[in-house]
Structure formats: C-alpha cells, structure tokens
Design a protein around this ligand. Structure first.
Ligand SMILES: CC(C)(COP(=O)(O)OP(=O)(O)OC[C@H]1O[C@@H](n2cnc3c(N)ncnc32)[C@H](O)[C@@H]1OP(=O)(O)O)[C@@H](O)C(=O)NCCC(=O)NCCS
Length: 152
C-alpha cells in the first residue's frame, strides 16, 4: 500500500471515530485486553496529541495511543484492522507518534506486550524496539508482559 493512500490524522475528539475503533479492537484483542469506550475516552483526555488514526478510503483502519509518562512516551494500544495488516499502516502510525514525541522533547518510547503475542513482538522488533524487562503476571489472566523500549 502506498503511503499516499493512507491518511494519518488525530483521533476525533467528538467521539465520531469510536464505533470504528471498537470494531477493530474486537477483531484484534481478546475480551480481557480489548479497550472499552471509557479506555479510549480516558487516553484521549490525557494526551490527545498522541492519539492517532489511520484512514484508508475514508474508513478508520487502525490507531495508536500514547501518553507521556515523565520523560518517556508509553504506548497503550496499537491495532490495525485484520484486512489491512502488513501493509505498513502500523509503521506509519508509529512514525507519526515518534515525530510528535520528539516535538515534545521526548526521546524514548515503551510498551507492554503479552509474552504469547509473538506477531506483535516481531512488529515492535522490526521497528527497533528491544525487550528490557519481563513483568510477571502483568495481565489479569496471569500472563507475563514483555516490556520493550526504543530510543528515538
Ligand atoms: C502488530 C500490528 C499492530 C502490526 O500492524 P501492521 O500494520 O500489520 O504492521 P506493518 O505492516 O507496519 O509491519 C511492519 C513490519 O513489522 C513486521 N511485522 C508486522 N506484523 C508482523 C507479524 N504478525 N509477524 C511478523 N512480523 C510482523 C514485518 O517486518 C513488517 O514489515 P514487512 O511487512 O515489510 O515484512 C497488527 O498486527 C495488529 O493490529 N495486531 C493485533 C493487535 C496487537 O497485538 N497490537 C499490539 C499490542 S502490543
């Protein structure tokens, strides 16, 4: 997919993206991990500058959410509609997130990923993230989280 077919833009503050985000969430995560409307609204209220959508043909096909935690940017969610994966959309979202982080003088990003989510780990590794810690029983079902970070 050409970069010019993807529009990267802020998530709408008026809630008009929410239904599409929830649909992607349902297709991307199990019930425990999928964000509810309150989660999206919370992250949007914390750092709207770091809540970004990818649109193709006028449809939201993915998003990334970050928030500033002291000197670093924590990525809380990144999900792409299954029909649009492996076309460079998450990479484009991450690139925009990094650009915005640098504009806020932030030079580190981090995230948690399920130990069993090897596909996503491969994505973050391909983007230059490195694992630096394991957080035992981080998830409600007892699974460990791998903590990954990148300097930007
Ligand atoms: C992980 C996810 C966000 C990646 O989105 P994407 O738009 O498909 O990623 P990109 O197309 O930008 O991938 C860039 C590179 O990452 C790597 N990559 C991406 N997904 C991968 C996978 N499932 N397995 C192995 N490598 C992968 C590839 O090297 C890819 O480059 P290539 O296509 O040229 O080989 C997407 O698969 C997703 O939404 N997964 C479900 C939700 C999730 O687990 N989110 C992360 C929570 S921590």
């Amino acid at each position: 997919m050409n970069a010019d077919e993807i529009t990267i833009r802020p998530i709408s503050a008026d809630g008009s993206d929410l239904a599409q985000l929830l649909e992607i969430e349902k297709l991307s995560f199990n019930q425990t991990d999928a964000w509810a409307p309150e989660d999206f609204n919370h992250w949007l209220s914390v750092n709207p500058d770091f809540c970004i959508a990818a649109e193709v043909d006028g449809r939201v096909v993915g998003s990334i959410f970050g928030r500033i935690q002291r000197y670093r940017l924590n990525i809380g969610s990144c999900a792409i509609h299954p029909d649009y994966r492996q076309r460079g959309i998450a990479s484009a979202l991450l690139q925009e997130l990094g650009k915005r982080a640098k504009a806020f003088s932030i030079h580190q990003m981090d995230l948690e990923v399920r130990a069993s989510n090897t596909g996503s780990q491969a994505f973050w590794q391909a983007m230059g993230f490195e694992q630096f810690k394991v957080s035992p029983a981080f998830y409600p079902d007892g699974e460990d989280a791998l903590l990954m970070h990148i300097k930007i």
